[in-house]
Write a new protein. Sequence first.
Length: 371
Amino acid sequence: MLRTRRTYRYVDEIRVDGTWKHVFIRAWNEYELSDLLIYADGLIDSHSGPLIDLSGLRQELDAGRIAPLPEEGSRASADAISWQFNDVRTRVDADMFVGEVGDIIDRLNGRPDSAGRCLAAVAAYLDDMSEDNRLLLRERYLAVPEHRRRRALRGRDDALRVLTTDVGDSSSETITAEDHADAVATLRSKLRRDADTAATNAAVRTRVQADGPVEATNPPIYIYSTRRPDLRGLSNYFPAPIAVDGQIYPTVAHAYWALSTDDVQWRDRIAAEPNPFHVSDLAAEAPRRPEWPKLRLAVMHRLLHIKYEQHPELARSLLVTGDAPMICAEHGVSDYWGEGGGNWIGRLLEVVRSELLAAEALRPSSPSPAE
């Protein structure tokens, strides 16, 4: 699972999703705690040069420029904190680390990772217990990074370790045919238990609540000012003039920042700014209204409502998004408004969309001719 640690970059106007993982990167004579950015297209950003792939990552690890955990006696820092490593203990070597990053790339693409491929091989072996299938299972099992096996294989690690070891092998403990049979019995039991759990979960997912499905039926929509021409009108920077209390503002961004100050001259200057992307910088020089942090959400909600009320064509574009979660990915917006934090622009767009739908759904229907 990738949890919520998401990042992205753009390649030829196409968004490439990614995530990140903490690593130590050598800087001169010490290491810095940093983030390794991992993208779905298999490229990795170590912040120390051009993007690299898995083979490049392995080279960086072998050269000591990247380390999952620095060696004994190394110094490291993070922001204003520095320390020295003593009594270092880690089970993660370069092969394991590269394997783990490879698994992350698979999951970003919705593909089975090494553990998923191993579990598929388990099912294939239990269906046909041939030696070829057992050897394939061994290959898949050994491909799972060792430090992840116990958790990723969901309690099958011990049984798989036995089953993938040849009968008579005494490298650690002598494995017998009876040991293999016990391992197979354990795996069959877990397979039945997993099937029962999957059936229960599927029933829960497919059970429709009285008022409809639990989750949105449409995928998330990302709001930008420059991408997806059909969605540009949803951006606060889109040139859709709105009238607020007798004043015309070129965009919602103009109106929001003008209303953030009580100074009339500053409001006029902000409203007259020709570039909507510059209004926040201009407004930063103006005095803020008292308690503006408490007011800003309500003001933005009102402005969005006005925008779609005064521009029916944009309201139709918003309604076309259905029940899709709206995510503000505008460049330069604060974490409060954008996807990096509260995503309040996206959430308010969902509210306004619901208000527009409610206005349609609750509008009195015209009486039929018979009435």
